[in-house]
Design a protein around this ligand. Structure first.
Ligand code: COA
Ligand code: NAP
Length: 268
């Protein structure tokens, strides 16, 4: 079930928007009439996303760019703005992850996640700034509960996402006077996504155990996150900036160690 909020002719850019949660967000904005730009590393993902989003009759542009490449990110924005004009909504959600205990992690393994999640977010927002509508633009970073709940096997992602959330708050201070709002969404376990597959329980029994750890007794859906993104980007949220909003069925209120212990079996 999706919220109905009119984004007709608004320019929405979703970086890392070609699969999973971020594609769900791009899809929701396309259904509400937005002109949508999606960007990610792999040409096949970009083409598939553009094709799927176009089915709603939306104007869609796809760009191949790796968030680790500052210049390529700049070119992606120049192209999309030439096509659809100033950016009304920017979603930054590119991420990489894997389960690994810190003592077994290589320097490059830690660095690759920080480079994609944290430095990549800096690249996206830094290159977007000149193209954001002022006043009026809304920026949403996609983080994770690891940002505020320490999780085993997640030293790299926890550090990176905590950095993203503090970055969101700093820019809410710096860009607020230009009329730009910045917020973070921290999704809980969203069923059917790559992040869920990588981090969650491997067997049906473990999965059921993990589900019961969520206070609302269910995993999240793409619409759960997309609806929050639509709301945060809309005029209904016009006085919300610098917030980190969990969307996790209450899961981050207590330790998720049991679920992650089950996930740890993936490493055995
Ligand atoms: N356990 C331990 N180390 C791992 C690992 C794992 N499962 N997977 C990758 N690494 C290490 C590699 O060994 C390498 O370090 P090294 O050079 O010291 O050997 C380093 O991480 C980089 O790996 P590489 O495969 O070269 O990086 P990449 O840029 O091709 O891919 C990843 C980046 C690893 C994050 C990859 O998983 C990815 O592209 N993810 C995107 C999708 C995703 O994770 N979605 C979920 C989002 S929550
Ligand atoms: P996903 O499907 O793997 O989405 C990641 C997206 O980022 C893809 O479109 C991917 O496309 C792109 N991407 C990855 N590395 C990139 C790079 N270097 N440059 C540009 N684009 C890149 O994963 P997901 O599970 O839906 O996760 C989406 C977001 O939600 C992430 O920020 C994640 O941390 C967060 N999250 C997910 C969950 C969950 O349950 N799934 C929970 C908490 C938080 P390409 O491969 O084509 O580059």
């Amino acid at each position: 079930m999706q919220l109905g909020i009119d984004f007709t002719d608004r320019h929405v850019v979703v970086f890392g928007g070609t699969t999973g949660i971020n594609f769900g967000i791009a899809d929701a904005f396309a259904r509400q009439g937005a002109c949508v730009t999606v960007a990610s590393r792999k040409r096949e993902n970009v083409d598939a996303a553009v094709n799927a989003l176009s089915q709603h009759g939306a104007q869609v542009h796809g760009v191949v760019a790796d968030v680790r490449d500052f210049e390529a990110v700049g070119v992606a924005f120049a192209e999309s703005v030439a096509k659809f004009g100033a950016i009304d909504v920017l979603i930054s959600g590119a991420a990489g992850n894997f389960l690994c205990e810190a003592k077994d992690m290589s320097s490059n393994g830690f660095k690759v996640v920080v480079d994609i999640d944290l430095v990549g977010t800096f690249h996206v927002l830094r290159q977007a700034h000149e193209h954001l509508r002022k006043p009026g633009a809304a920026v949403i970073n996609i983080t994770a509960p690891q940002s505020f709940v320490p999780m085993r096997f997640q030293a790299h992602a926890s550090a990176a996402k905590a950095g993203v959330d503090q970055f969101t708050r700093v820019l809410a201070l710096e860009w607020g006077e230009e009329g730009i709002r910045l917020n973070s969404i921290a999704p809980g376990p969203i069923d059917g996504t790559e992040g869920f597959r990588k981090l969650m329980a491997p067997t049906a029994e473990d999965r059921e155990f993990a589900r019961r750890q969520v206070p609302l007794q269910r995993f999240g859906t793409l619409d759960d996150i997309a609806n929050l993104a639509l709301f945060l980007a809309s005029p209904y949220a016009s006085y919300i900036s610098g917030a980190v909003v969990p969307c996790d069925g209450g899961g981050a209120l207590e330790s998720v160690k049991p679920a992650l212990e089950a996930a740890g079996k993936l490493l055995a």
